[in-house]
Design a protein around this ligand. Structure first.
Ligand SMILES: Cc1cc2nc3c(=O)[nH]c(=O)nc-3n(C[C@H](O)[C@H](O)[C@H](O)COP(=O)(O)OP(=O)(O)OC[C@H]3O[C@@H](n4cnc5c(N)ncnc54)[C@H](O)[C@@H]3O)c2cc1C
Length: 375
């Protein structure tokens, strides 16, 4: 079916963190938005996310921080434990939302998506599942998009928010190269131990592991595995392999090991980064979130950058007369911050690979300081 839409209409490809928050931010500025999501509803995998201080601040601007705090687990401290299992200090994070609200939140990924979906739909955004953009052409000031089900949209703005393997980026011929860093990150959902009321980070001889609460009942364990290839591991072995990797870690990690049992609660993902050095947009089409810049997950900042992108995009489009000028201003405002995050995360990965992970801690702190600056 052919459909003409026109002024202040946006088609967003991808209903992840970037796509859903961009759709909400645009709707608040008076845009009519539609999302084309290739996956089925409720397809998000079950691991948890840390919504760091800037994530929560950006979500607050969309009116969503309180829902995330209510559905997730608010916290304000990171407790470091050294290689001998001794306490090595507690970092109290700045409470950017005011003294009465916690600095950050842990949240299960499907729960975060439910919160973001509900708000986008409440703002009139239509989410269509099982479709993607198949072809894109600029037609004067509009973008003509042919969807994979044959439908055609003519919109003032196309947003590619379809993740690190973005096919929108390919359709727009925006050059990108992804890098795999010989690491796997592990996440496992476990019952929350009563002592885990903030993030706990355990320094091991060869790497770092930790625990992040995501609700009163649940927490996730994280660990980075060095020196691995891209080869797959049978799902059934996930839990035992993660227990083996955590085995040499000190302190209360021993209490966590028996909690890791269900293979379906464990995820293992390659550490892949990328940054779009060249253009992020072509005409009135732009890529945001992981499609434009993906730091290594150790920084726990990809979602923060994704939410900030949506906010800044909507703001800059509101400030400029043409979509082209708004997109140029958006990219100008986002490029430096996102590049610094991605590049620093790559340096941290290299330090971890060289077993110099302790030297990475100040870099993580410097990035948290950068991210605490206003967007
Ligand atoms: C293991 C792991 C742990 C992480 N932990 C944290 C953390 O604690 N804190 C944090 O801030 N960040 C974390 N990150 C990073 C964070 O997950 C990402 O930066 C964030 O999800 C990016 O959001 P996005 O919407 O750009 O991309 P995605 O979340 O990847 O969403 C992309 C969406 O687009 C859809 N899609 C893909 N292709 C198409 C297509 N062709 N057409 C239509 N739809 C499509 C996908 O189905 C998906 O819904 C972690 C990443 C990993 C891998």
């Amino acid at each position: 079916m052919d459909s003409d839409r026109g002024a202040r209409t946006a088609l967003i490809v991808g209903a992840g963190v970037a796509g859903l928050t961009a759709a909400t931010a645009l709707a608040r500025e008076g845009w009519r938005g539609e999302i084309a999501e290739v996956g089925p509803p409720d397809a998000t995998s079950g691991w948890g996310l840390c919504l760091t201080v800037p994530s929560l601040r950006a979500l607050d601007e969309l009116g969503l921080a309180d829902a995330c705090l209510a559905e997730g687990y608010g916290m304000s401290t990171i407790t470091h434990v050294d290689v001998r299992g001794e306490p090595a200090g507690t970092v109290r994070l700045p409470r950017l939302l005011g003294a009465r609200r916690p600095a950050m939140a842990g949240i299960a990924r499907p729960v975060l998506h439910r919160v973001l979906y509900a708000e986008a739909e409440r703002r009139g955004v239509v989410v269509r599942h099982g479709v993607t953009a198949a072809a894109v052409d600029q037609e004067r000031e509009l973008v003509r998009v042919r969807l994979s089900d044959g439908a055609v949209r003519r919109v003032a703005l196309l947003v590619g928010a379809d993740g690190i393997r973005s096919s929108t980026r390919r359709l727009l011929r925006l050059a990108s190269s992804r890098a795999f860093h010989g690491q796997m990150v592990w996440r496992a959902l476990v019952p929350r131990p009563r002592w885990a009321t903030g993030i706990h980070q355990f320094a091991g001889a060869t790497g770092t592991a930790g625990l992040v609460p995501v609700s009163d009942r649940q927490a996730y364990v994280f660990l980075t595995e060095n020196g691995v290839g891209l080869g797959a591991l049978p799902d059934a072995e996930f839990a035992s392999r993660l227990r083996n990797l955590l085995g040499p870690f000190p302190g209360r990690v021993a209490e966590i090991l028996p909690l890791i049992s269900a293979p379906e609660a464990v995820v293992r993902r390659p550490v892949v980064t990328h940054f779009l050095e060249g253009a992020w947009n072509r005409g009135a089409a732009v890529v945001i979130g992981d499609a434009a810049h993906a730091p290594a997950p150790q920084m726990a900042s990809g979602a923060a950058l994704a939410v900030e992108d949506g906010l800044v995009l909507a703001r800059e489009l509101g400030r400029h007369d043409s979509v082209g000028a708004g997109l140029r201003a958006f990219v100008h405002r986002r490029r430096r911050r996102c590049r610094t995050l991605v590049e620093t995360s790559v340096t941290i990965v290299a330090l971890e690979q060289a077993r110099r992970h302790h030297e990475a801690y100040p870099l993580v702190d410097s990035c948290h300081r950068l991210m605490a600056e206003p967007v």
